[in-house]
Design a binder for this molecule. Structure first.
Ligand code: PEP
Ligand code: MN
Length: 362
């Protein structure tokens, strides 16, 4: 028995240091059969290092499946026994930690809804004092790197030696392509803050659908992430949680096969990472600018309604001069030329007038 425990410890150590580290399994454990069949089929692919499953599911809204609870842990323990794969579950409270440790869960992960709450993280950290177990911490739901860093620091403070980060995207306004916008520059900043700490990408929760999984996974590899956590389910369409984003173990293997793990030299890799970070920052800002412009036009529409009701002309020269004066002053401080500010505001003004015109003449 003791040798078995020791060899599992060795295996975890080996897995923890393996690059890329691949974690997969269902969003939620649903039944013993589902867990065992998923684990067996994942094992057969020969591509998965660690089996994941949520047994406690923090759902944003009540009424959704909130997890099978502690009774799912023996199913995972059995899956580990059958396949030899280490197991990982999400923990959100001290009680979860105790239960997970009791069932010899090998790696713990902390979910995005816990990372936002320093009380939760502290409770988990306190429960882990003196325990030697790897812990992965997901980014908080909102794009706040201080919360993510603070969470890591709380775990470091209780003496945990093996901490890793999972990037699962951020909740954002005005981004419809993803369930959670990747905002790649943020995990890259975390890599800078915590050099050498494993950083794993979770394309499932970024995408929210099966469609972009491959693309997002590849992007993370190109940005030098250390591994991937992707959800897989034996019957994705009928999964009890996150059905749209899960894939079968066989499809997971196909996706993993299609990924290119590039072997650039370090200089080239650094250059690509730096360039990609800057481009991501620009994309993010452009998305925000477009969203803001859309909001500005909606307000222009409202003003149009008001002007129509009160029979006022669309163009009021004084108001327009005020806007331009303010913009010139502000632009000058920010290093924007008068010529650019004029061109930009002319275009915005024209679009605004067109909007109001439509409203007033409809
Ligand atoms: C999950 O991994 O199933 C999960 C709930 O993820 P997140 O905390 O990223 O939403
Ligand atoms: Mn999920």
């Amino acid at each position: 028995m003791q040798t078995q425990v020791n060899s599992m410890k060795e295996l975890i150590k080996e897995k923890w240091n393996k690059r890329p580290l691949i974690i997969s399994g269902p969003c939620s454990a649903e039944s013993e059969e589902q867990v065992i069949e998923t684990a067996t089929r994942l094992k057969q692919t020969g591509k998965v290092d660690v089996l994941r499953a949520g047994v406690w599911k923090p759902r944003t809204k009540p009424g959704l499946f909130e997890g099978i609870g502690t009774k799912g842990l023996p199913w995972l323990a059995l899956a580990k026994k059958i396949t030899g794969m280490p197991i990982t579950v999400e923990v959100a409270t001290a009680k979860h930690v105790q239960d997970a440790l009791q069932f010899e869960v090998d790696i713990l992960w902390i979910g995005a809804r816990s990372t936002v709450n320093p009380f939760s993280i502290q409770e988990i950290a306190d429960a882990l004092k003196g325990v030697d177990i790897p812990v992965l911490i997901k980014n908080p739901i909102n794009p706040d790197l201080e919360l993510w860093s603070g969470g890591i620091e709380r775990l470091q403070k209780v003496g945990l030696q093996h901490i890793g980060m999972i990037h699962r995207g951020f909740s954002s306004y005005g981004n419809t392509e993803y369930r959670n916008a990747p905002m790649w520059h943020l995990p890259i900043e975390m890599k800078r803050r915590f050099p050498g700490m494993p950083l794993i990408c979770d394309p499932s929760h970024i995408c929210g659908s099966r469609l972009l999984l491959q693309e997002v996974a590849q992007k993370s590899i190109d940005l030098d992430f250390d591994g991937i956590m992707m959800e897989s389910h034996i019957d994705p369409d009928n999964a009890w949680s996150d059905a749209k984003q899960q894939v079968t173990p066989e499809r997971l293997a196909e996706i993993l096969d299609s990924l290119v793990w590039r072997q650039e030299n370090t200089d080239e890799k650094e250059f690509i990472t730096a360039l990609a970070t800057l481009r991501e920052q620009i994309n993010q800002l452009d998305d925000e600018l477009i969203t803001l412009l859309g909001q500005r036009m909606k307000i222009a529409d409202k003003i149009g309604v008001y002007k129509k009701q009160n029979n006022i002309t669309i163009l009021q020269t004084n108001r327009w001069n005020d806007i331009l004066d303010r913009a010139f002053k502000k632009g000058e401080n920010l290093g924007l030329s008068k010529e650019f500010v004029t061109k930009y505001f002319d275009a915005v003004h024209l679009e605004s007038i067109n909007h109001q015109n439509k409203v007033m003449n409809s």
